[in-house]
Design a binder for this molecule. Structure first.
Ligand code: BES
Ligand code: ZN
Length: 614
């Protein structure tokens, strides 16, 4: 099991279950933890167990309740620190032991963001959230932190009694903390085996609303009603996904809306999807992110990439399912429209990385690469493009969904590599092996840049966006009066996003043009995050100075990396404001999510290694 991102996967054993005791300390910004790992030996004379850790203070280790010697190895830049535990006895193959580690997290744990009351909507209570994918679980729990290993978990979390704890599991009751009556203990159980990167926790002043027979939304009370209406299609989408992919095995499907600094659009934590508040557009137009996270309940959480090198198996199939749900809701032309937008996102990623960059391979080598640095649209959209190409070759969406459903059934509860996926594809389509052999697999999988085949997507919904883009890039100053508010009034928000994305692929529009665009379309007043993000980028790129404060405001008021990183980068590339971008970043850095601040620092070439964060 060669996971280049984990020390523990080289140890010949498997974690079967985690029993967690977490004491959340908001004064010191640490979690005091105790974890009992049920570990099975995979070989005879098994004597040394290695776990992944990162910035953890290890207090003691016992094995079957006997104190055991342990040592921490040298710290690796992104893999963290291996924790070697010497067992007091040898295990034979198949034997189980319970290893108990008592530890404390660091205030700068990369999986955790601690928010002060001022950083929350309610302003009264502090807030804690985790984000473990890809390799941050080890900064919260010492464990075998590799997606190749699956286990169940049980957790008991002690928090101040005014706060609520939720986890990526089924809620299993609460009680007063017997050691401290100012605290409550919340209990959780996750009976479905899952990889460590899906362990998740939030503690805050949370409320919830029921939105379906197996779904609630959770957030601070300020957002909960808005979230309930934004995500009202959840049960419909779940049923569609079950129809496409098979039964939903995780019991509950809740959505938690995080504070604005949450670094992703969504995160598929089992039983409890995490979502950025930037999805609250008011018109459900960004609900594809929920369709996406729902889809991960099958591709990702049931069938999991064996290492992060095979990340496209998680994300490519999930985008494929997400767009199949979109097809059920809005029709085939809508799926085609979204697929075309995805191809463009892929082009943008290939351009940013450079067409020869090995990180644009569908299956990149991550030897010595931090998965956070490798993250891009490539696994999502090259992955989707490959699956769509195969769909066309194999006989259309219904036929290809047959394969996807069967692949899910075949590999449920396990972790897979691209070779296993491909072997199964050839087995499933055994009558069409000739066609499969005509695919240039090497070009798709192991060659950087754009894919070898460009699918032909139906342009019904894109035509209006393409036409309007052409009018703007062709327009001379004297033509500007031909633009009218109704140009965009007839476009859906999806189409407006597409129109702006198309413009962003062109050379910068003259400043006169963006000013006119503001005059006739009044895009400054749009609050839909996907529209505002593209519009502000466009303005900054056209060197509109007045847009700079707005762009930096959006970059700092929310922290979704998809928005924050390009907005900072765009201002940074505007020579006159390069220093301002850096200054604004430095001023906000302490309040930012640790992963976001690390990546923005790299983007802006800021050396923060010498300065202390908190
Ligand atoms: N699992 C990802 C988010 C992620 C990936 C976190 C890698 C950490 C490391 C999630 O499912 C995702 O893909 N979110 C997207 C949604 C979009 C593709 C619809 C996002 O955050 O924008
Ligand atoms: Zn995803």
């Amino acid at each position: 099991m060669a996971d280049p991102c984990s020390f523990s996967s080289f140890s010949s054993c498997l974690t079967k279950h985690l029993n967690l005791f977490l004491h959340v300390d908001f004064h010191r910004h640490v979690i005091r933890g105790k974890v009992q790992l049920t570990v099975e030996a995979l070989e005879d004379r098994f004597a040394v167990l290695t776990l992944d850790t990162r910035d953890l203070d290890i207090r003691s280790v016992t094995v079957n309740q006997q104190l055991a010697p342990f040592s921490l190895g040298p710290k690796h830049s992104f893999k963290g620190t291996p924790l070697d535990i010497t067992l007091p006895f040898h295990l034979s193959r198949g034997q189980h032991v319970i290893v108990e580690v008592t530890y404390e997290t660091s205030p700068s744990a990369s999986a955790l963001q601690w928010l002060t009351p001022e950083q929350t909507a309610g302003k009264k209570q502090p807030y804690l959230f985790s984000q473990c994918q890809a390799n941050h679980c080890r900064s919260m729990v010492p464990c075998q932190d590799s997606p190749s290993i699956k286990h169940t978990y049980y957790a008991q979390v002690s928090v101040p009694k005014d706060l609520v704890a939720v986890m990526s599991a089924v809620r299993d009751g609460q009680e007063s903390d017997p050691q401290d009556n100012s605290r409550l203990i919340y209990r959780f159980r996750q009976p479905v085996p899952m990889p460590s990167y899906l362990i998740a926790i939030v503690v805050g002043a949370l409320e919830n609303r029921q939105i379906g027979p197996r779904s609630r939304v959770w957030s601070e009370k300020e957002f909960v009603d808005k979230a309930a209406s934004e995500f009202s299609e959840t049960e419909t989408m779940l049923k569609m996904a079950e129809d496409l992919a098979g039964p939903y095995v995780w019991g509950q499907y809740d959505v938690l809306v995080l504070p604005p600094s949450f670094p992703y659009g969504g995160m598929e934590n089992p039983c409890l999807t995490f979502a950025t508040p930037t999805l609250l557009a008011g018109d459900k137009s960004l609900s594809n992110v929920i369709a996406h996270e729902i889809s991960h309940s099958w591709t990702g959480n049931l069938v999991t990439n064996k290492t992060w090198e095979h990340f496209w198996l998680n994300e490519g199939h999930t985008v494929y399912l997400e767009r199949m749900i979109g097809r059920c809701l809005e029709g085939e032309p809508f799926r085609q429209f979204k697929a075309m937008g995805g191809w463009k996102d892929l082009q943008d990623s290939v351009n940013t990385f450079g067409p020869n960059n090995p990180l644009t391979n569908l299956v990149p080598s991550l030897e010595d690469v931090d998965p956070d640095d490798a993250f891009s649209s490539v696994p999502y959209e090259k992955g989707f493009a490959l699956l769509y190409h195969l769909e066309e070759l194999m006989g259309g969406p219904e036929v290809f969904m047959g394969f996807v459903k069967s692949y899910i059934q075949m590999f449920a509860y396990s972790s897979v590599t691209t070779d296993q996926w491909k072997d199964y594809l050839f087995t499933y389509f055994k009558d069409k092996v000739d066609v499969l052999n005509s695919v240039d697999w090497n070009a798709w999988m192991s060659t950087p840049g754009m894919p070898p085949v460009k699918p032909q997507y139906d342009t019904t919904l894109a035509d209006a966006c393409i036409a309007l883009k052409h009018r703007w890039i062709k327009a001379k100053d004297q033509d500007l009066n031909s633009f009218k508010e109704c140009d965009v009034k007839t476009l859906s928000s999806h189409q407006l996003i597409e129109f702006l994305s198309l413009l962003l692929q062109e050379d910068p529009v003259p400043l006169t043009h963006v000013k006119k665009m503001q005059e006739v379309y009044n895009l400054n007043t749009f609050t839909n995050s996907e529209i505002r993000f593209r519009w502000l980028r466009l303005c900054v790129r056209s060197r509109w100075e007045e847009a700079v404060p707005m762009a930096l405001k959006m970059a700092t008021e929310q922290g979704r990396m998809k928005f924050t990183r390009p907005l900072f980068r765009e201002v940074f590339l505007f020579d006159k404001f390069r220093d301002e971008a850096v200054q604004v970043f430095l001023a906000h850095r302490a309040a930012m999510h640790p992963v976001t601040s690390g990546l923005v620092a790299k983007d802006l070439k800021v050396d923060v290694s010498a300065t202390v964060i908190q």
